[in-house]
Design a protein around this ligand. Sequence first.
Ligand code: SF4
Length: 189
Amino acid sequence: MKPPLLLHICCAPDEAWVVSTLKEAHSLHCFFCNPNISPESEYRLRLAEAQRVALHYNVPFTADSYDPVSWETAIAPVAATPEGGERCRRCYDLRLRRSARFCAEIGFPAFTTVMSISPHKRITMLNEAGEAAAAAFKVKYCPFDFKKKDGFKNSIALSRELGLYRQDYCGCRLSRDERDERLRLKAVQ
Ligand code: SF4
């Protein structure tokens, strides 16, 4: 029997690559937990694409409830920090704690997150959040680094092949504002 592993999913492109690489070795369950995503229409779009990937690979899929207030509350004291800073730490903490709780609820021994595939995510911060969440709910966190072995490049290629939507900002309203500012500066250069 393959060892069970809960996968925290942030978006379909990252999910597709990780599921395709782990599905032979693990009995996977995908968990979409992203109260950070704004606006809600973007959340619904990313959720629908993530569900499509799970269906494609025939992997069980669960979505957490959409609860943007929990994200706003968690990051409020550090909302002024830039992407990659303290607000992201709190965002990881929130999503991985919920994932660890769900992992324990369904009786899985271990979980991980597909977020490590992104070169924009700080792996140390991600792993610290995962370990703390795992300890709180008495499950194991598996600290994969999916960007290794060209993971990010391969995920782009696979998402093109599957015709998946690829977002151009991390997810929260602040990262969307940062994306808008980058585009504005580029336009005036
Ligand atoms: S930039 Fe990404 S990781 Fe950081 S707070 Fe926003 S959604 Fe979360």
